[in-house]
Design a protein around this ligand. Structure first.
Ligand code: ADP
Ligand code: MG
Length: 270
């Protein structure tokens, strides 16, 4: 079994994203306190923690949509001060334009850098295919299921071929079966693009299914409690011993002991 801790500050020249001592307060609420972590190039990193622990704030800070009160976010060593085409974001709510078709919504992603390339139509077709919506490219969002809408959101974020993909609980509103399919699709896309991914979720199973590493946040205020490396071959079976052990360990860290952890894990031992 491979359950290991990694130091967020470990020297690593391949670090794509470095969050260094970020704190953020909204009015009187401290959302993040001295948060530090790093994500290697091509790594799939999940951030887990209870509702309100600052996951969205942290992701928006990496995206450049939120400014930290102190500390910094570096991408390839450069300080993030605003959103950039190197970072694509998929929001928790679908955030699609209801008056645009599937093609139109994805096309919006391509238009961001004022695309006038003759290859745009070709790229659009590739993106629609990549997320499996070629039969629905003329459909409007109101006619799509939640899973389909989120695939449009992913295709739009991928349109400019960002080096980093940031996703905020993208599958939180879809049913469990659809979610399983979307996990496979996202892992296929990641295998193809080799992007660096930061994926926020409060679903520990989802994190263990997807991630190379899982950053566990505590709340009130949001702090990094630990980072767990998930060294399990893909595709991962939820029922496998090592999968169940990882889930139990992270539940334990979050103070949510599961049946399998009782007796073997308690308090400081998880
Ligand atoms: P999570 O995504 O983990 O649920 P958030 O980052 O959304 O957490 O929120 C962290 C804390 O900051 C919560 O207490 C939330 O109410 C507060 N918060 C988030 N955004 C704002 C905002 N724009 N104004 C005021 N408080 C906010
Ligand atoms: Mg959130």
């Amino acid at each position: 079994m491979a359950l290991s801790e990694q130091s967020p500050n470990a020297a690593d020249s391949a670090r794509k994203i470095v969050v260094d001592g970020v704190s953020k307060t909204y009015d009187s609420v401290q959302a993040l306190s001295d948060v530090s972590l790093s994500v290697r190039e091509g790594e799939f990193c999940c951030i887990v923690g209870p509702s309100g622990c600052g996951k969205t704030t942290l992701l928006r800070t990496i995206a450049g949509l939120e400014a930290a009160d102190s500390g910094s976010v570096l991408v390839d060593g450069d300080r993030v001060t605003e959103p950039g085409l190197d970072r694509g974001m998929v929001f928790q709510e679908y955030a699609l334009f209801p008056w645009r078709t599937v093609r139109g919504n994805i096309r919006f992603g391509l238009d961001r850098p004022a695309c006038d390339c003759p290859d745009c139509d070709q790229r659009l077709r590739e993106l629609v295919d990549l997320v499996g919506l070629s039969e629905f490219e003329d459909a409007y969002p109101k006619t799509l299921s939640g899973g389909m809408k989120q695939r449009v959101g992913i295709a739009r974020a991928l349109a400019v071929d960002p080096e980093i993909l940031l996703l905020d609980e993208p599958f939180g509103s879809v049913d469990a079966r659809t979610r399983d399919g979307l996990h496979e699709e996202l892992l296929d896309i990641w295998a193809e693009t080799r992007q660096t991914v930061v994926f926020v979720t409060h679903d520990i199973d989802e994190a263990v299914k997807l991630a190379d590493s899982i950053v566990v946040l505590d709340d009130d205020p949001g702090t990094v409690q630990s980072t767990v490396t998930v060294d399990v071959d893909r595709p991962r079976e939820r029922t496998s011993r090592e999968f169940v052990d990882h889930v139990a360990r992270i539940r334990c860290k979050l103070g949510q002991p599961s049946d399998t952890s009782q007796g073997s894990m308690n308090g400081n031992s998880c």
